[in-house]
Ligand binder design. Structure first.
Ligand SMILES: [Mn+2]
Length: 315
């Protein structure tokens, strides 16, 4: 029956993960926790904002990958997580909920603050054979501080903890966009462990073809090792992402991040998270739309990879 609605009223009523989750190969999972931030809270509302901002993305075909992820995608909704438990308990509960989802789906987790990534890496490593994973980490911050302002753990320690736990391989860890203040020991920790950092200064003015040397270096370093993508939205300049708890001027542009996600779609991706979107500080959905677009681009690339539609690397 027609209700006389314009065509778009039905077709565009689809969000990232509009569908109930059944046997789809891909899943969106909300992780609404922000109890470990060091500055402004609010990322617990990130998942809802990213979903809402995805409204018009999921109605069409990706312009580069020429696929739509929408029919292969379901929504696990926001995981029920405690907001006042100690961080180790929160992470234990998160890992227990993430593991069965990862066993059935290629998951994209919507944070939440960045402390959740440690639990997601624990689940991802167990799901992918137990060897240390490769890690591609977009962020303004190194997240390799050895403590959280005197506490043992927070949203700025998870990379340090993941390396110490053997969740990720130091030689296969790449950080992109770093620029915050911090001791040299923390800022350069990943390089000191054998990994690679492309800080924001090194990427100034580089986009499109000028980013190819960066793409090539990442591809050569990570190879086809199972790789997890963690994208802190504060990797972007606050002009592109004001809605986050710990903004740092001088960051990446949306197009730089898109270029890297697009060009690296052929890596052996096992999952992604996009964290630290805090809608209370956003304007005109700039930040949540950037996050939704990054997630949509990642998913479109992975649908194309599954279908054998990606060009050979370097082609
Ligand atoms: Mn950050």
């Amino acid at each position: 029956m027609s209700y006389g609605l314009p065509a778009y009223a039905n077709s565009s009523n689809r969000f990232l993960a509009a569908a109930e989750l059944h046997e789809q190969p891909f899943a969106i999972v909300g992780v609404p926790f922000d109890g470990a931030v060091s500055n402004r809270p609010g990322a617990r509302f990130g998942p809802q904002a990213i979903r809402a901002a995805s409204l018009m993305l999921c109605d069409g075909i990706h312009p580069l990958f020429n696929v739509s992820p929408i029919d292969q995608l379901g929504d696990a909704l926001d995981l029920p997580l405690p907001s006042a438990s100690p961080l180790p308990e929160l992470r234990r509960l998160l890992q227990a909920q993430a593991a069965p989802l990862m066993a059935r789906h290629h998951c994209v987790f919507l944070g939440g603050d960045h402390s959740v990534t440690l639990a997601l890496l624990r689940a991802a490593q167990a799901q992918n054979g137990g060897a240390p994973l490769a890690l591609l980490h977009f962020d303004a911050h190194c997240d390799t501080w050895s403590d959280h302002f005197g506490e043992p753990s927070g949203h700025g320690t998870w990379t340090y903890e993941a390396l110490h736990e053997g969740l990720v391989s130091p030689a296969h860890t790449v950080q992109i966009g770093l620029r915050s203040s911090g001791s040299r020991a923390a800022r350069n920790y990943v390089v000191d462990q054998g990994g690679q950092i492309f800080d924001a200064r090194a990427l100034r003015g580089l986009d499109g073809a000028a980013l190819q040397p960066v793409v090539a270096a990442i591809r050569q370093r990570i190879g086809q090792r199972p790789c997890y993508l963690t994208l802190d939205i504060d990797c972007l300049d606050p002009a592109f992402a004001p809605g986050t708890g710990t903004p740092e001027p001088g960051g990446l542009s949306s197009s730089q991040v898109l270029t890297l996600i697009e060009e690296l779609a052929d890596l052996n991706w096992i999952g992604m998270d996009c964290v630290e979107v805090a809608p209370a500080y956003d304007h005109a959905e700039i930040t949540s739309l950037a996050a939704a677009t990054f997630v949509w681009t990642y998913l479109s690339g992975q649908v194309a990879r599954r279908q054998g539609l990606l060009p050979a690397a370097g082609a």
